[in-house]
Design a protein around this ligand. Structure first.
Ligand code: KG4
Ligand code: ZN
Length: 801
């Protein structure tokens, strides 16, 4: 199939003009491409300056420096650019995300349009530039003995792309694919570095000069010719992955098998009621219910409903994607379709009548098309009956347009309207916090502050924007020179991790990349409102701060790459912040006059430690967990009970109604003389208990189990905290981290320390879990100490205090 470039709607497509300068970057391969090109009158590009170089795994360190050096060489600045062109892959997932996140930061910081291009297209143009002509196959390395293949035809007139959407396949399958095209192909691409022999053996002529197929700045600029539907909106430029995360792939395989019945529980229906309405991919167990719903919904339509057997067969097909919405396992809606060429064709969207008007159909479509997008698809197609006005209104509201009619498709006088949309679907977030989606259609333009607004901004002094992306929250906050948090936004990805019972690192990185521009714009709007304007401009910022570690490396690099791009383009200072220090500083939001020395307990999903804070910036870790973190234990217990993620909040609500003495669980290391903790034994004991009761056929009383588990955690935590305070003689005790939001634990600390006249500080609930306000508070302190970072700053996943 050939993609016809003229199909693209020129009203919304960004056009480059002659004379304009573009910054072109790509970090999807081991070669960092960084150049400034100028568009010529004849649609060719002139290279103004370049800093392409080999850069294995160092892209996050070198990219911004390379950009600055290239600009200097070109004797221009960010404001001289007309836009940025970035490689969207396919390639190294992390590499692509670093390039894309950094480009988003630059685009936001310098008010520039951002354009994304396929790296496969760039390779084709690189070969064309190097003089290659004729039929070529681009094969880029996809690791694990896989490649990203694409077919092109190169002539003196230019490049024609023959292949459809980007895809991934095994090397053998790729060779088969090339053979079937029955042409004498010239094979280029960085997969040849590993598989040249294999391709030669298969009878292909391979390019043996890697310079010919190396992505360059210029080739990226040319590749924009094939980029579909781009408005220049930095939020909408996303990586091309061509596959789901491993966790999702494994999940799909499991879904085709019958699922064992979940644990039988009793106790607290009203607490669990808050968990209704969840989404997950269709599984074998759902097919009967789905078919029943389908039959009900199709009573008044003109086509036959699908049977359970048909849905079961769908599960076995590759490239078929189905999602269900369920309320406590009762299926209330489903949607699905099939991947074809460059699109997903939706077969069915169906919601139980009693559950309409809750946005379920929209969310289902969002999930299904999101998966399609991860597989490299760029469009969604569907048919709807001419008289189904409600459905048509829904589709229009999320970006679909009608582009055809199929006469009498559903029988005489019942036409099918054909609708299509480009991915990602643009979802209206309204009062919702920015979801990890491309969240709006308009790019934030520079805002001319009125004099009284400018005066207020000046009075606020140096403004620091802080970014947090170490785990599953994309968060940003702005602090002023008077230590006021003037804007604070947290976009959580919990919905996307919940069904896995924990954070999936690859999904976290993807979601950060999607959410980051939306969160940035929202925090700038909040700050703007604070000063009485539409939004703040990047030029109003004095510094950009970002969590450097500890955390998930793939998640950290997104915040860091964006922060560096933003800081460089907006000419601000850059500050790297330790996430754990953030949790400590969050106590200042509760007790502004808090002064070291004090003891702090840091308890989160990743950490369990007692810290002696001797001074701000001077910490002694008295002891840590030897195995699981406390939050992790909460999460794993919840997972074993089928309660979803995160486990902490739901277990603590259940525990309120339970008897903490009902079941005796072990208190590991309660009597050890050190400050070490161990939670894996407790976790195992709880899981063993669950299995035992299950096997005996006894339903588990959830509140009692939750309360008893918590009691075991709390007793150890409180006892060691008391001892640390006694030994150091400090008069303040603080907490931090997600588990510090636990009300029973908070009460236990308050009660225990009250007897000793020790002041207990507990941050507000929203400041316990991950947020950027706490990062901003540390950044303020770092700035006072002139503790600045440079553009080589990288993520430090194991950073300690
Ligand atoms: O600090 P945080 O947001 O992220 C990390 O840095 O890990 O902490 C998240 C952890 C999760 O494990 C969650 O289950 C736990 O904090 N958590 C709680 C409560 N709220 C969140 N644990 C116990 N009780 C809670 N109320
Ligand atoms: Zn944390």
């Amino acid at each position: 199939m050939r993609i016809d470039v003229n199909m693209v709607d020129t009203n919304t497509t960004y056009t480059m003009h002659a004379g304009e300068y573009y910054l072109c970057i790509d970090s999807s391969t081991d070669n960092l491409a960084c150049a400034i090109v100028q568009k010529n009158q004849d649609d060719s590009f002139k290279l103004i300056a370049q800093n392409d170089h080999a850069c294995a795994r160092q892209a996050n360190v070198e990219l911004v420096e390379s950009v600055n050096a290239t600009l200097a060489e070109a004797q221009c600045s960010y404001s001289d650019l007309a836009g940025i062109i970035v490689g969207r892959g396919p390639g190294s997932f992390t590499g692509v995300r670093i390039g894309v996140a950094c480009a988003k930061g630059i685009a936001c910081g310098a008010h520039l349009p951002l354009l994304g291009v396929s790296v496969l297209d760039a390779v084709a143009f690189a070969s064309w530039e190097a003089g290659v002509r004729g039929d070529i196959y681009v094969v880029q390395d996809a690791m694990r003995h896989e490649v990203y293949p694409a077919q092109y035809c190169l002539s003196d007139e230019g490049v024609v792309r023959i292949s459809g959407a980007e895809h991934v396949c095994k090397v053998d399958a790729c060779i088969e694919e090339i053979h079937q095209a029955h042409k004498d192909f010239y094979v280029v691409g960085n997969a040849l570095k590993k598989y040249q022999d294999v391709f030669v053996e298969a009878g292909f002529t391979c390019c043996d000069n890697s310079n010919i197929y190396t992505v360059t700045g210029k080739s990226l600029a040319y590749a924009y010719e094939f980029a579909q539907m781009q408005t220049g909106d930095p939020a909408l430029v996303l990586p091309i992955y061509t596959r789901l995360s491993d966790a999702e792939e494994h999940e799909r395989i499991k879904l085709g098998r019958p699922v064992p019945k979940t644990v039988q529980t009793t106790g607290c229906e009203e607490v669990l009621a808050g968990r209704h309405l969840q989404y997950r991919p269709l599984s074998l167990n759902d097919c009967e219910q789905v078919a029943t719903l389908e039959e009900k919904a199709h009573k008044n339509t003109h086509h036959a409903p699908w049977s359970a057997k048909l849905f079961q067969e769908e599960l076995e097909q590759t490239g078929h994607i189905w999602w269900v919405a369920h309320d406590e396992e009762k299926i209330v809606g489903f949607a699905g379709g099939c991947l074809i060429d460059d699109a997903i064709e939706i077969y069915d969207v169906c919601v139980d009548e009693a559950y309409r008007r809750q946005g379920i159909a929209r969310t289902l479509l969002e999930r299904v098309t999101y998966d399609a997008q991860m597989f490299g698809k760029t469009r969604v197609l569907l048919e709807v009956e001419d008289d189904n006005k409600a459905a048509q209104a829904l589709y229009t509201s999320i970006g679909f347009t009608q582009d055809g009619v199929r006469k009498d498709y559903y029988g005489a006088h019942h036409d099918a309207y054909l609708f299509s949309a480009h991915l990602p679907l643009v979802c209206d977030t309204q009062e919702d916090l920015p979801r990890p989606q491309a969240s709006r259609q308009e790019i934030q333009q520079p805002c001319q502050h009125a004099p009284e607004v400018q005066k207020r901004i000046d009075e606020a002094g140096k403004l620091i924007l802080a970014i947090e992306s170490s785990c599953d929250e994309t968060a940003m906050a702005i602090i002023d020179e008077h230590k006021n948090i003037i804007a604070n936004v947290v976009s959580t990805q919990i919905d996307f991790h919940a069904r896995f019972g924990g954070v999936v690192p690859e999904i976290a990185s993807r979601k950060h990349t999607e959410a980051i521009v939306g969160v940035y714009e929202q925090v700038m709007e909040q700050a703007g409102a604070y000063f009485g304007d539409l939004h703040l401009n990047p030029e109003d910022l004095y510094a950009v701060a970002v969590t450097q570690g500890p955390g998930l490396v793939g998640a950290l690099v997104i915040g860091i790459a964006f922060a560096k791009g933003l800081a460089a383009a907006a000419h601000t200072k850059l500050i790297g912040v330790n996430h754990l220090e953030g949790h400590l500083f969050a106590n200042l939001f509760e007790t502004p006059d808090l002064e070291p020395p004090f003891i702090a307990s840091l308890i989160s999903g990743g950490h369990t430690m007692l810290v002696h804070v001797k001074d701000w910036g001077s910490y002694e870790v008295l002891g840590q967990t030897l195995d699981d973190a406390v939050g992790e234990a909460f999460d794993k217990v919840a997972k074993a009970l089928g309660l979803g993620y995160p486990g902490g909040p739901i277990i603590s609500r259940l525990a309120e109604k339970g008897n903490p003495k009902a079941i005796t669980f072990p208190r590991a290391m309660l009597h050890s003389k050190d400050y070490a903790f161990s939670l894996s034994g407790l976790k195992t004991a709880v899981i063993t208990y669950i299995n035992q009761e299950n096997q005996a056929g006894r339903p588990i009383n959830l509140p009692d189990l939750a309360a008893s588990f918590e009691a075991a955690v709390i007793e150890v935590q409180v006892k060691k905290a008391l001892r640390a305070q006694e030994e150091t003689g400090v008069s303040d005790f603080c907490v931090g981290g997600g588990v510090a939001a636990n009300p029973q634990l908070r009460q236990a600390y308050e009660k225990a320390f009250a007897k000793r006249a020790v002041r207990v500080t507990e941050p507000p609930l929203g400041a316990c879990t991950d947020n950027a306000a706490m990062i901003a508070r540390v950044a303020y302190y770092q700035l006072e100490k002139n503790n600045l970072s440079d553009f080589r700053m990288d993520a430090d996943p194991n950073m300690s205090l």
